[in-house]
Design a protein around this ligand. Structure first.
Ligand code: CO
Length: 466
């Protein structure tokens, strides 16, 4: 990527910003009353160490608060043990995704046993019941105060050690949340758990070599677990002297395994090994007459993780692989999974109107980051995919790198795309960032709200209505 994008987007530490009123025009909808919060890395330099990977950065929250046409902004490092160690001790003391503390040969074991993996919940956000959480890829959820952004602390489950890894994408059903946990051990398990005080176990499947898992599917009747052949010998996670993700290997000899679990019986009702592919994101999962269907953004292998190393991102000649949207129709009685491609647009960070359309078979629109061309060094446009017509419309602007688009329905919204897309854009031409509001129906610009500083490239955002 360009030097400027790398320097502004990744290769630095982001200053925190106290609450400030942003300059707005009259186009900001007065009905918007709530907060758009974006999670992601805010710190890639800890002491003398530069972290290795986009998924390593110490987490930071950015909040844009909408109130009767006015917008306030503030940002804060997510207050957690990993961030406190990084800022107070000026060194990395927790194992990040692809960076370990520099502690020599036995340091990794010391780090795993004394501190464990990072609690920097830098990936996603969720409102569960009346509580707001920052979420990462472990079971350590950081609760925060939506008004002040201050951390309330790590959520205390009644049982402290029910699993190590979790997906960053729980499914929310009413007041409850469900997540998929990976429990490493002599026997490894994927467990679906209700994320209540007891972390109640709903279902469990065994696996010999667990995969890297970022999301899972949940329809009205089923949970869907997909295990790509990017797997780990779990003993290596403790014994091997290398960062978490470097223990995972692409196994060319096997495919991707699918488990479908009935939510009533909590039993596996369908299991199949299909063609190998890698993925981060389930887009949607819904019941059909013959079984269950899930849509996913897929890659032929796990090379995309490689491309997110800062070393590769900083190389002016490298481009980024885009994911391909595929549909997997599971037919239980036939014992088949029918796979079809839903769009030619290369994408990542897909978003739907989750509240109204998750698990709904008639959903039609996906809003996503995409690439303007095959040589794009990073995601440089937003696409709206109509999976009924296979037509797409785009927003892009020279030198601009948008983040995940988040759908906010209009007050009387009836049509699926009647609402606004909110996305945080890094503008390398003007060396600034702006919050972009698009009409989700036409993808036309409504307004741009300029932030006081350029904001680093992050992961997921959520809009929380007041
Ligand atoms: Co994600």
């Amino acid at each position: 990527m360009s030097r400027k994008l790398f320097e502004l987007g990744f290769d630095r530490n982001q200053p925190q910003t106290n609450r400030i009123a942003l300059k707005v025009d009259s186009q900001v909808p007065t009905w918007m009353s709530g907060s758009f919060i974006r999670n992601g890395p805010g710190m890639f330099y800890v002491g003398k160490q530069r972290l290795n990977h986009w998924f390593d950065g110490v987490g930071m929250l950015h909040k844009f608060e909408f109130d009767q046409g006015k917008v306030n902004y503030e940002s804060q490092l997510l207050d957690c043990s990993a961030a406190r160690a990084a800022t107070n001790e000026d060194r990395l003391t927790y194992s990040e995704f692809a960076t370990d503390p520099c502690w020599g040969l036995f340091g990794r074991m010391r780090s795993m046993f004394q501190h464990g993996p990072t609690d920097s919940a830098k990936v996603n956000l969720a409102k569960i019941g009346e509580q707001y959480f920052a979420l990462g890829e472990t079971t350590m959820q950081i609760e925060f105060d939506i008004d002040t952004l201050e951390s309330i602390g790590q959520y205390n489950f009644n049982q402290p050690k029910f699993g190590t890894s979790s997906t960053a994408h729980p499914h929310i059903v009413g007041q409850e949340a469900y997540n998929m946990i990976t429990k490493y051990g002599p026997v490894n398990h994927y467990q679906i758990r209700k994320m209540d005080k007891d972390a109640t176990k709903c279902a469990s499947v065994k696996t010999l070599f667990p995969s890297y898992m970022h999301s899972f599917g949940m329809s009205e009747r089923y949970y869907v677990i997909a295990e790509s052949p990017f797997t780990v010998q779990s003993l290596n996670l403790i014994a091997a002297n290398r960062p978490f993700i470097k223990n995972f290997k692409w196994n060319k000899k096997r495919g991707t395994r699918i488990w479908v679990i009935d939510q009533k019986s909590n039993q596996v009702v369908f299991k199949q090994e299909i063609q190998p592919f890698f993925f981060f994101h389930f887009v949607n999962t819904f019941d059909t007459e013959s079984g269950v269907t899930f849509d996913m953004v897929t890659y032929p292998d796990a090379e995309v993780i490689q491309s997110y190393y800062l070393e590769n991102l900083g190389n002016p000649d490298t481009s980024i692989p885009g994911g391909v949207l595929k549909r997997f129709d599971c037919n239980f009685s036939a014992g088949e999974v029918n796979i079809s491609q839903l769009s030619n647009v290369l994408m990542e960070l897909p978003h739907i109107d989750y509240d109204r359309y998750n698990a709904k078979s008639d959903y039609r629109y996906i809003y996503t980051l995409s690439l303007t061309n095959n040589n794009s060094s990073f995601y440089d446009q937003i696409a709206k995919i109509d999976i009924n017509t296979n037509k797409s419309i785009f927003w892009n602007q020279e030198g601009c790198f948008p983040g995940e688009p988040v759908f906010v329905p209009s007050p009387q919204s009836k049509a699926e795309d009647d609402g606004i897309l909110v996305t945080l854009v890094l503008d390398t031409t003007n060396e600034s960032s702006f919050l972009l509001l698009l009409d989700a129906s036409s993808m036309q610009e409504i307004t741009k709200i300029i932030a006081p500083d350029p904001i680093m490239i992050g992961f997921h955002g959520q809009y929380f209505k007041n």
